[in-house]
Design a protein around this ligand. Structure first.
Ligand code: PGA
Ligand code: ZN
Length: 385
């Protein structure tokens, strides 16, 4: 595949921050790729450079891509790693790397007259949704995300239908029981409430049970950790063993099947203890592993996790994502491709989750988040035809 032209522009994310979009022109047409951004960015993630620097970098390396014929994704991605030369894309920018890498993926797909998910696999499969329905953010609520997920899935559409109806009912309950609630949403378009976690869990449990849904929590515990304790708004300061008891207590009391980042991003040992205690549940790493293959291997050896979050911009290239998913699958780790708090209209993650046959896709359920939900519906329809 020969690149006719490569352009870059600044656009805005759903959190109204500047991010980059790359346009790749090939003989068959033009593809666009933009990059999401995190709010609780883990320290093990690939480096995200300011957009102005990323744009400058593209102009410096552009001719490397215009001069050559590319036949595989690996060629593109090893060129990116070679040009950068660092462990975490600190020179080129993980954001620029992903914009280019994913633009090439889309280019290869277009060149072979396929959708990206079809190009990635001969045997694509639809993931189940895990959706953020209630949440707070730094200081508003101790638990970052309250999630809903189906146990069995007739179709992606049907799962989303159940989750969205639960989301609306939760809104009604919050309006009734939280005097401060007036259908306010956070940056992932989940409801924001001032109720405490026990009350939120009671409400969600009641609604989820009627709809045959299960609960998930993303504690994003690095955000709670002060270096010694997990600090909660109600004054509790829990050392890691007490945090372990707190989390497993919640799992015993409520129908929770999924726990993400219950401990800070370097504490593999506490993850292992929780995983041993909650054998039947999904203990997932986001900040702990940060889509980094070496950290995934540590997690596997230490039996710290049985589920893993995959965020392409945490690592920077499509080849790295593919290798990461393969390693997780080889070790029976449940795979969850995830959006970020700052998104764009790019639906790459829907194609990755389906094309790579991942178990789940983690998304928001309302507002701008429906861009991804709706792309999943189109993919499902195409797969069924
Ligand atoms: P982030 O948050 O995209 O800001 O990292 C989402 C998450 O922690 O899962
Ligand atoms: Zn997370």
């Amino acid at each position: 595949m020969k690149v006719k032209n490569l352009r870059i522009r600044q656009i805005f994310s759903t959190t109204s921050q500047k991010t980059i979009e790359v346009e790749l022109e090939i003989v068959k047409g033009i593809v666009k790729s933009s990059v999401p951004m995190g709010t609780s960015v883990g320290k093990h993630e690939a480096c995200c450079l300011p957009v102005e620097k990323a744009i400058k970098n593209l102009h410096l390396i552009k001719r490397e891509f215009l001069a050559k014929e590319f036949s595989t994704q690996e060629e593109v991605d090893s060129l990116l790693h070679g040009l950068d030369g660092t462990r975490n894309f600190s020179k080129l920018g993980g954001n620029l790397a992903l914009a280019l890498s994913s633009a090439f993926l889309k280019g290869f797909a277009l060149d072979s007259d396929k959708e990206v998910f079809e190009f990635l696999s001969k045997k694509p499969s639809i993931p189940k949704p895990i959706c953020n329905v209630v949440g707070g953010w730094k200081g508003q609520s101790d638990i970052q995300e309250y999630l809903l997920l189906p146990t069995v899935q007739k179709s992606f559409f049907e799962s989303v239908e159940r989750i969205s109806s639960a989301y609306h009912e939760i809104g009604k309950y919050l309006r009734e029981f939280d005097k401060n609630f007036n259908f306010g949403k956070n940056i992932e378009s989940a409801w924001v409430t001032t109720l405490n976690h026990e009350r939120i869990l009671e409400i969600i449990t009641q609604i989820a049970t009627q709809k045959f849904l299960r609960l998930g929590l993303d504690l994003a515990a690095s955000q709670l950790f002060d270096g010694k304790n997990y600090v909660y708004a109600d004054g509790r300061k829990l050392p890691s063993l007490e945090q372990l008891n707190f989390v497993s207590g919640l799992v015993e009391k409520y129908p929770i099947d999924y726990i993400e980042d219950p401990f800070e991003e370097d504490d593999f040992i506490s993850f292992s203890k929780l995983r041993a205690r909650l054998e039947e549940k999904l203990v997932a790493a986001d900040d702990l592993v940060a889509t980094n293959l070496n950290r995934l291997k540590i997690g596997i050896v230490q039996k710290a996790i049985n589920a893993i979050i995959i965020k392409p911009n945490q690592v920077g290239t499509i080849s790295d994502v593919i290798e990461f998913v393969r390693e997780a699958k080889r070790n029976n780790i449940t795979t969850i491709v995830s959006h970020r708090s700052g998104e764009t209209e790019d639906t790459l993650i829907c194609h990755l989750a389906t094309g790579l046959g991942c178990d789940f896709i983690k998304l928001g359920i309302s507002g701008e988040r429906t861009t991804k939900i709706n792309e999943m519906i189109r993919i499902e329809e195409k797969l069924a035809s």
